[in-house]
Structures are given as structure tokens and as C-alpha cells.
Design a protein around this ligand. Structure first.
Ligand code: KG4
Ligand code: ZN
Length: 368
């Protein structure tokens, strides 16, 4: 029998400043005692993408107050915490250092353990947070499609600290492709939701766009060629009106989701063969896309997989997923040294990254 663990989690690796307090119960159940997020979207919108220097300064400006608010929301003080966890990579290094140094200072001042958490691991374990209760808890192993502004990966999540990368983008992340395509068409920032809205009134068959790597063996992704094709199609358009924008947005969205669905179908075959288990989970900001969710539901049905799409608040960057990962490691007996350093590139599966360094280095870059 475990005792409940209360952990503060800090997330500052991109453009969300987040502090959350999570309690990990005796049987692994998770309670959010506080969940504070400050989105920097307005500060970056002017530039059409995340500017690393602005992000780092905004984290410095927002984090202390967010931590105070999180403790107030949880109705606790630092003395009630069992540990403090922070994202220490991958991500924009200036921002990562802000959260990491704050967490170390709290650990030192209040004499509690510090946990250095890989942002990708936070995402990889986050489906466990919501899958408690009515349908029974989600159990290892499961197949995870992580689709965000900085990452596009297929991971076999086999246990705490046991992640196998089945595939990853060899160039741009899919969220980045959404954002850049939206920018080309003058659709505002962040581009993903704006592009999905525009696509609702569009004809997805009007533009013939490439589907890189589709039909090839394996589970790697590529989106750079698709983004370039969107640029060419837009530049060659004689009339750049709202209908053209909607049609190109719909054609892009169709092509991008086709690529994701095809590669995920391969991964489901590999995963089922290796484990005999059949659960597919999607996470990351692009998981908000309804066309993608529908496609993944169909693909999962075809392969006899259960498909789980956790609530969006868990899919996108948040402090709770970092606190949760920290609490699981703490329970497993891990505590990190205060000399731990920031790792702007930090692959979750080091073996796969060494064997195939061009992809999945864990880079999380600016979204512009
Ligand atoms: O996970 P997230 O909040 O932050 C990162 O870690 O990057 O993901 C943000 C990404 C952005 O690229 C954004 O444009 C994309 O998710 N996104 C979407 C949608 N909503 C957010 N992409 C496509 N369709 C959407 N509805
Ligand atoms: Zn993320």
C-alpha cells in the first residue's frame, strides 16, 4: 500500500507557463488539486510564431505568481509537498531553465525532492490521468500518437521509463505544418485551429497535394514537402479569396490527416504483433482536430483497436502531466540531483535516436 503523494509540477518548455499540484493516490488514481496555466499566445501572435527570447522572459514574469496561485487553489503550502517536478527538456532552452531553476530553488529551500522530467514523458503518461474510473484504468502497454507543435511521434508506452519509438517525423512536426500553412494563407495564429475552421467551408479535392511517405514501410512521418506544396499552390493562385483559402486549408488538412492515419495504421500492426495489446491513444495539441479524430477512430476500428482521445486540457501542455510523471517516479524511488541540467534535445527513446539520429531527437522548436 502506497501513501498518497502531493507533487507540484512546472512546465515552461514552450509558450505555456504552467504550475499544477497533483495528488497521486494509493492505487495510482490522480487528483488535480490545482491547475494554473498562462498562455503566451497574445505575446507571440504579432510575430506569427513563438519567439524563444520573448517566451523565456514571459515565463520569468509569470511563473512565481502562478506557483503562488496553484498553492492557494490547492489550499496548501510548500510544506505539504512531497516533491517538486519540472520539465528539463526537450524544449526552448531559455524557458526550460526558468522552470527548472525555480523547481530547484523550491526543493532546496523546503528540503523536498526535485524531479527532472522529460516533457515527452509527461505527454506519454498523461493518458493514465484521465483513464481512471468507470471504464477501468488504462494499463500499459499502449500505443501513443503524439502530435503537437514540436513533436510528431508514435511511441510504444510499455511501463514507467519504458518507451519505444516506433516512428517520428524526419523534418517538421505536424502542428508546425498546420501553423506554417495557416501563416502562408494569412489565417492568423495559432494556425491549427484557424485552419480547421477555414477548412469547414472548403473543398478538400480542389488541390492535389502530396502525402509524403504514405504507403512506405515503417512509421516515420514527413511534412516539409506538403508545406512547400501548400506554399506553391497559394503563390500560383490567380484569385486569393476566402473560398480559395478554405479549399486549400481543406486540401492540406486532408493530406496531413491521411499521412497521420497511414503511419498510425502501420504502427498498430507492429504494436499488436509485439504485444498482443490493442489500445491507441492520441495526445498533443493537434489531437483537437476533429477530422483527425474521426480518421483515427476509423483506422482503430479497422484494426480492432480501442481508441482513446483524452480531454484536450490533458492533451496540450500543462503542469499536471509533469507533476504526475514526477509523482510516479518518486513512488518508484527516484529522486534527481540538483545538478541536473537543461536538455534542449532529449529523446525519450535514446536507443532509437542513436540508431536513427535524423528523426525524433526530441527537438521542440519555435512554431514559426
Ligand atoms: O501540444 P501543444 O499545445 O503545444 C506544443 O507542445 O506544441 O500543441 C500546439 C499545436 C499547434 O501547432 C497548434 O496549431 C496545433 O497544436 N493545434 C491544432 C488544432 N488545435 C491546436 N492543429 C490542428 N487542428 C486543431 N484544431
Ligand atoms: Zn507538448
Amino acid at each position: 500500500m502506497h501513501k498518497p503523494l502531493t507533487v507540484l509540477g512546472l512546465e515552461t518548455s514552450c509558450d505555456e507557463t504552467a504550475a499544477a499540484v497533483v495528488q497521486l493516490g494509493t492505487n495510482g488514481e490522480v487528483h488535480y488539486l490545482a491547475d494554473q496555466i498562462y498562455s503566451q499566445i497574445d505575446e507571440h501572435a504579432l510575430y506569427g510564431g513563438v519567439v524563444p527570447e520573448i517566451a523565456a522572459r514571459a515565463h520569468v514574469g509569470a511563473l512565481d505568481a502562478l506557483i503562488e496561485r496553484a498553492l492557494a487553489e490547492a489550499d496548501i503550502t510548500f510544506e505539504h509537498l512531497d516533491a517538486v517536478a519540472a520539465t528539463t527538456g526537450p524544449g526552448l532552452v531559455g524557458g526550460v531553465m526558468v522552470g527548472m531553476m525555480s523547481a530547484k530553488a523550491i526543493a532546496l529551500a523546503h528540503n523536498i525532492p526535485f524531479l527532472s522530467i522529460n516533457h515527452l514523458e509527461g505527454h506519454a503518461l498523461s493518458p493514465l490521468i484521465s483513464q481512471q474510473g468507470d471504464d477501468g484504468p488504462l494499463v500499459f502497454p499502449y500505443l501513443l500518437l503524439l502530435v503537437s507543435g514540436g513533436h510528431t511521434q508514435l511511441l510504444s508506452v510499455e511501463g514507467l521509463g519504458q518507451y519505444k519509438r516506433l516512428g517520428s517525423t524526419i523534418d517538421d512536426a505536424v502542428g508546425e505544418a498546420f501553423d506554417k500553412s495557416a501563416k502562408i494563407m494569412g489565417l492568423g495564429f495559432p494556425g491549427g485551429p484557424a485552419l480547421e475552421r477555414a477548412a469547414q467551408k472548403g473543398d478538400a479535392t480542389r488541390f492535389v497535394l502530396p502525402r509524403p511517405l504514405t504507403g512506405r514501410p515503417g512509421c516515420d512521418f514527413s511534412f516539409a514537402g506538403l508545406k512547400s506544396a501548400v506554399r506553391r499552390a497559394w503563390e500560383e493562385l490567380p484569385v486569393k479569396d476566402d473560398q480559395a483559402r478554405a479549399d486549400l486549408a481543406a486540401s492540406f488538412q486532408q493530406a496531413a490527416t491521411d499521412v497521420l492515419a497511414n503511419r498510425t495504421a502501420h504502427a498498430m500492426d507492429m504494436f499488436a504483433k509485439a504485444h498482443g495489446a490493442r489500445t491507441l491513444v492520441v495526445a498533443g495539441g493537434v489531437a483537437a482536430n476533429t477530422v483527425l479524430r474521426t480518421r483515427l477512430t476509423e483506422e482503430a476500428n479497422n484494426k480492432g483497436f480501442e481508441f482513446i482521445a483524452p480531454p484536450l486540457s490533458l492533451c496540450t501542455d500543462n503542469g499536471g502531466m509533469i507533476a504526475h510523471a514526477g509523482a510516479l517516479h518518486l513512488r518508484a524511488g527516484r529522486v534527481d540531483d540538483l545538478t541536473a541540467s537543461a536538455r534542449p534535445r532529449w529523446p525519450l527513446d535514446e536507443r532509437a535516436a542513436k540508431a536513427h539520429p535524423a528523426s525524433g531527437s526530441g527537438k521542440k522548436g519555435p512554431k514559426s
